[in-house]
Ligand binder design. Structure first.
Ligand code: NAD
Length: 276
């Protein structure tokens, strides 16, 4: 019988701990969230981030900029927020419209306020094991594993996906926790054989239900980062949950697995930013 890893429950526990800490230590923090354009999915994410700030008792300031905002205008706003002592964390909701260079935007946010953990300095710190902000989704996955009593040390960990925001930082965090890590990607040959070696399989591909039981070793832990809306309106992940679940010892559902952890870890980073 597999264990269902309940990201909703664990993320609520984390937010409750933060709420207590914010109250006990009289922490004052404000997260600035910038959204350019009105992509509906981005608006939902921004709304959820605002709600999470309210829940744990910190401030949030929303900057809703029109689609036609120039790169220069956006960078100027980031400069102002970098210089504003009342703002502890800055987040630009991605993706930004095509006429704006995402890399320039990420690089402009002060590393001291980089609560998304995307700045090259934050990534560099993670790489060499120094203190800094860590990308929220992979940090949330480590927390899910730890709070579900799943040991990483010495385990064969396979990460599918090498994006800057999930796959790469995930591999670094597993390594930091003494896992033996393999990273797979679109050019990997014989993906199934490599995945079958995994004690812990982390899937961040962006392809609905691609991972079936043929990729999973009996008793493995499977973490599904993917999120897709199917034609029937329901959500699914990169893992074919119904096919895979009985072959695992533990698995995350979609929704209610990795997703809620991302926002909880953003709140962890906001509280950390207030203390820096
Ligand atoms: P991405 O598109 O940037 O990266 C996908 C990765 O998968 C690439 O590195 C690519 O090499 C690899 N890949 C693609 N096809 C492959 C194949 N056939 N075999 C092996 N590898 C393959 O995506 P991302 O930003 O890393 O996100 C991945 C998924 O996770 C998406 O579904 C995204 O929506 C979801 N996501 C969820 C959260 C969350 O909070 N739950 C956060 C970020 C991303």
């Amino acid at each position: 019988m597999y264990k269902l890893i309940d990201g909703k429950l664990i993320s609520t526990q984390i937010k409750d701990e933060l709420k207590q800490k914010v109250a006990d230590e009289h922490i004052r923090a404000t997260l600035a969230v910038i959204q350019v354009g009105n992509d509906p999915a981005s608006s939902v994410y921004v709304g959820n981030k605002k709600k999470a700030c309210e829940y744990i008792g910190i401030g949030s300031a929303a900057y809703e900029l029109p689609e036609e905002t120039s790169e220069e205008e956006l960078l100027k706003l980031i400069d102002e927020l970098n210089a504003d002592d009342d703002v502890n964390g800055i987040l630009v909701q991605l993706p930004v419209p095509k006429h704006i260079d995402e890399k320039k935007v990420i690089n402009r946010i002060s590393p001291l306020k980089d609560v998304d953990g995307f700045h090259p300095e934050s990534v560099g710190n993670l790489c060499i094991g120094q203190e800094g902000f860590v990308s929220c989704t992979p940090a949330g996955i480590i927390e899910l594993l730890k709070r579900s009593d799943i040991d990483i040390e010495g385990k064969e960990c396979v990460v599918i996906g090498r994006s800057n925001i999930v796959g790469k930082p995930m591999a670094l965090l597993l390594l930091k926790n003494n896992g033996t890590v393999t990273v797979c990607h679109s050019k990997t040959r014989d993906l199934k054989t490599i995945c079958k070696r995994a004690d812990i399989l982390i899937v961040a591909i962006g392809k609905p239900k691609m991972i079936t039981s043929e990729y999973v070793k009996e008793g493995a832990v499977v973490i599904d980062v993917g999120i897709h809306r199917m034609e029937n309106g329901k959500l699914c992940g990169d893992v074919d949950f119904d096919d895979v679940k009985d072959h695992t010892s533990a698995i995350t559902p979609v929704p209610g697995g990795v997703g809620p952890m991302t926002i909880a870890m953003l709140m962890v980073n906001c509280v950390k930013a207030a203390n820096r």
